[in-house]
Design a protein around this ligand. Structure first.
Ligand SMILES: CC(C)(COP(=O)(O)OP(=O)(O)OC[C@H]1O[C@@H](n2cnc3c(N)ncnc32)[C@H](O)[C@@H]1OP(=O)(O)O)[C@@H](O)C(=O)NCCC(=O)NCCSC(=O)c1cc(O)c2ccccc2c1O
Length: 266
């Protein structure tokens, strides 16, 4: 399979998907999301694959969310297909694919996991982080939000108070801090990250695939109701992206200046 924005390889039952846009810290655009979905579907369909690793190219970033440079015009992102729910990105579809693929997905977080990139690791079954990785949400700083799995499911993992802190303050947290809050399973030195992820994937491959699949379905069942909230959230985000308030957030980031949301307080 040929991909432009990601690398995809399968080796000894492990599929590794690498977001490959290091010039923008592995931020995603419409094509990136569509390619990620295609790779996850291939891994889903391949009976030889028992676990998937999601990571980012380079040592700087895992993924820093939506590519603000591609969100140049009014409204949403570059990709105006209907499956993008009016936002221009099939993020909701990708989240569902990661949740529903009946094989564990391990996020190997090699650097910044910010905004929509943070949400990706939150949704993955397991997270192994480099000791240099940094985690956080940024939506409210740049006129965006993920009011679906990115907030409601996050709260189930770290608790309501911590989830609200993460979203309201948009600060960054170290890999060790995230491990303490239960958001990261294991922290390893940067140069051991990919081996550590493959090691865990290998351990999963030794287990009964049916037992693992049913356990994943069972874990998912408890949070399945968030799907409806997520769809509502994406619909509202599509409308919010057309607002002056959201534009101010994006423009301040692109122009490298302080953001001014004061006039939108009503
Ligand atoms: C990640 C940072 C904290 C890193 O800071 P640092 O100072 O180390 O590095 P730079 O800021 O100089 O960045 C290096 C280089 O990368 C470019 N870059 C970084 N992030 C992005 C980005 N998101 N889009 C495009 N480009 C990016 C940066 O411009 C630099 O390149 P230059 O050529 O200019 O030198 C810091 O970079 C940072 O805070 N980045 C922004 C993170 C962010 O706000 N992300 C988007 C949030 S919105 C979002 O992710 C999102 C989530 C969803 O769930 C969605 C769901 C549905 C639709 C849309 C969604 C969505 O957009």
């Amino acid at each position: 399979m040929y991909f432009e924005d990601i690398n995809y390889e399968k080796h000894e039952g492990i599929a590794t998907i690498t977001i490959n846009r290091p010039h923008v810290y592995n931020a995603f655009r419409g094509l990136t999301i569509r390619e990620l979905i295609a790779a996850f579907r291939d891994a889903w369909d391949d009976n030889a694959v028992g676990a998937v690793i999601l990571t980012g190219e380079g040592e700087k970033a895992f993924c820093v969310g939506g590519d603000q440079k591609q969100k140049a015009g009014e409204g949403g992102y570059d990709d105006q297909g209907g499956l993008g729910m009016g936002i221009g990105l099939e993020v909701e579809n990708l989240h569902q694919t990661i949740r529903n693929i009946p094989k564990p997905v391990i996020a190997a977080v090699n650097g910044f996991a910010i905004g929509g990139g943070h949400v990706l690791h939150v949704i993955c079954d397991l997270t192994i982080a480099a000791d240099t990785a940094k985690f956080g949400q940024s939506g409210p700083k740049v006129g965006s939000y993920d009011a679906g799995f990115g907030s409601a499911y996050l709260a189930r993992i770290v608790g309501e108070k911590k989830a609200r802190e993460i979203w309201y303050l948009c600060e960054q947290y170290s890999a060790e801090e995230c491990k303490e809050m239960g958001l990261v399973n294991k922290v390893v030195p940067q140069d051991e990250l990919q081996d550590a992820a493959r090691n865990w994937a290998g351990k999963i491959l030794e287990k009964s695939p049916t037992a693992i699949k049913m356990l994943k379905y069972s874990f998912n069942a408890d949070s399945a109701s968030i799907t409806g909230i997520s769809q509502l959230a994406m619909g509202s985000l599509a409308m919010f992206y057309n607002s002056e308030e959201s534009e101010e957030g994006k423009n301040a980031f692109l122009e490298k200046r302080p953001v001014d949301f004061q006039k939108f307080r009503s």
